[in-house]
Ligand binder design. Structure first.
Ligand code: IDP
Ligand code: MG
Length: 152
């Protein structure tokens, strides 16, 4: 039986500029995950620093905040069994040079600072990031006809 785990996934400004929004969403949909919330937005500096607070003090922190606020992003929530861990594996390693072929970063990016997507790395981050970006009212609960073909 499916568990309703949720993760936070975001197409970063480089992914939006490079017209990769549809590709990212398509890969998640094709895998079998359910889109339950989505919005395009321009991240303000305050939200950027809260989202990336774990990286405060690192050499790339300032540039990372500037980059994530440099253009619109597409933020979303996906639902499914084991979705947090499986999304990380579909996204691939942080450094696209090390990301395996077949992963989003392995196939679509070449540089760590422009690695097209963000995905929550644990149940704690998923919960925190979902709450940072979405209100409960923005999240939809619905059945898809093919669910019986994804899970026992
Ligand atoms: P993740 O996105 O795979 O979870 P994190 O280590 O959480 O990777 O880093 C967050 C983001 O910060 C990365 O996706 C990348 O955009 C950026 N970043 C991480 N390490 C570096 C670095 O060494 N140089 C430049 N940017 C970095
Ligand atoms: Mg991270």
């Amino acid at each position: 039986m499916e568990t309703k785990e949720r993760t936070f996934l975001m197409v970063k400004p480089d992914g939006v500029q490079r017209s990769l929004v549809g590709t990212v969403i398509g890969r998640m949909e094709k895998k079998g995950f359910k889109l339950v919330a989505m919005k395009m937005m321009h991240i303000a500096h305050d939200l950027a620093s809260r989202h990336y607070e774990e990286h405060e003090g690192k050499p790339f922190y300032k540039g990372l905040l500037e980059f994530i606020a440099s253009g619109p992003v597409v933020a979303m929530i996906l639902e499914g069994d084991n979705v947090i861990e499986m999304t990380r594996s579909l996204v691939g390693a942080t450094d696209p040079r090390k990301a395996a072929p077949g992963t989003m970063r392995g196939d679509l990016a070449v540089f760590t600072g422009k690695n097209i997507v963000h995905a929550s790395d644990s149940p704690e981050s998923a919960k925190r990031e979902i709450a940072l970006f979405f209100k409960e009212d923005d999240i939809y609960s619905y059945e898809q006809a093919h669910e019986g073909w994804l899970y026992d």
